[in-house]
Design a protein around this ligand. Structure first.
Ligand code: NAD
Length: 257
């Protein structure tokens, strides 16, 4: 399918899932705006090479998603967007009574509040155009809890609630808002944990992945960034025009249990 002529902003997209989503949107003909909080030559080069590979417009705009004003400025700098993908996210693991306050605040700001700010900034343009797609990257942890991830789980449950609310406020206006809930996805971040886990558990790579990392994912397989990107493209398609205010799990069966 083609989404030629549309523009997408993907927050937190210089690596991992965000970059995977940007690539799949570009493959579908979408002009993409990549983002992170850094402003390195390689960030701009990444956008340039992605644009050349798929023959679409692509640029990189620095904005720190922990700051509300910068979230709104990102949308302004992009000149609005047809597709908004709120993907930027961080994690910290600690028991609730020892959870560092600054980590709690950073996770709530980057994983949840950023989506509020970018959505508020993007909606007027989408309403004017009579078309828009907002795709929030939540998590299986937007639907289920695990110990020691209080801030992340609170934020991701919040993202699911925000998605439902925005869906109701935009219903019947050509705009949809949904949350994708991935299980474990093999990103560079997750890949980097495998050698340590192999050492700690004295297991080979395949056993660590199956028995330790994917113990809650019945398929015992990681989801891929291409699959999350493909799900995003589907949510932007005409076939998904009436899909709004819901979650789509891409988690190998985790939340079926
Ligand atoms: P990642 O670390 O590879 O990507 C996170 C992205 O967010 C990076 O591009 C990073 O630069 C950006 N980012 C971080 N802080 C930022 C800030 N202050 N301002 C702007 N950008 C910022 O991790 P990922 O695994 O690709 O995660 C992407 C999203 O998917 C996150 O929201 C994460 O919670 C969610 N998710 C990941 C998994 C998984 O297993 N990898 C599972 C479920 C949900």
């Amino acid at each position: 399918m083609t989404l030629s002529g549309k523009t997408a902003i993907i927050t937190g997209s210089n690596s991992g899932i965000g970059l995977g989503i940007a690539r799949e949107l570009a493959r579908a003909g979408v002009d993409v705006v990549l983002n992170s909080f850094t402003d390195r030559e390689e960030d701009h080069a990444l956008a340039k090479s992605l644009g050349a590979e798929f023959g679409v417009g692509a640029r990189y705009v620095r904005a720190d998603m922990s700051k509300g004003a910068e979230c709104r400025a990102l949308v302004e700098e992009a000149g609005g967007c047809d597709i908004l993908v709120n993907n930027a996210g961080i994690q910290h693991v600690a028991p609730v009574e020892e959870f560092p306050v600054e980590k709690w605040e950073a996770i709530l700001a980057i994983n949840l509040s950023s989506a509020f700010h970018t959505t508020a900034a993007a909606l007027p343009g989408m309403r004017k155009a009579g078309w828009g797609r907002i795709v929030n990257i939540a998590s299986a942890h937007g639907l289920r809890a695990s110990p020691f991830k209080s801030a992340y789980i609170a934020a991701k449950h919040g993202v699911v609630g925000l998605s439902k609310t925005v869906a109701l406020e935009t219903a019947g206006q050509g705009i949809t808002c949904n949350a994708i809930c991935p299980g474990y996805v093999l990103t560079p971040l997750v890949e980097a944990q495998i050698p340590d886990q192999m050492k700690v558990h004295d297991m080979d790579r395949e056993t660590v992945i199956r028995e330790v990392m994917l113990d809650r994912q019945p398929s015992r397989e990681f989801a891929t960034v291409e699959e999350i990107g493909g799900t995003t493209v589907f949510l932007c398609s005409d076939a998904a025009a009436q899909i709004t205010g819901t979650t789509i799990s891409v988690d190998g069966g985790w939340t079926a249990m």
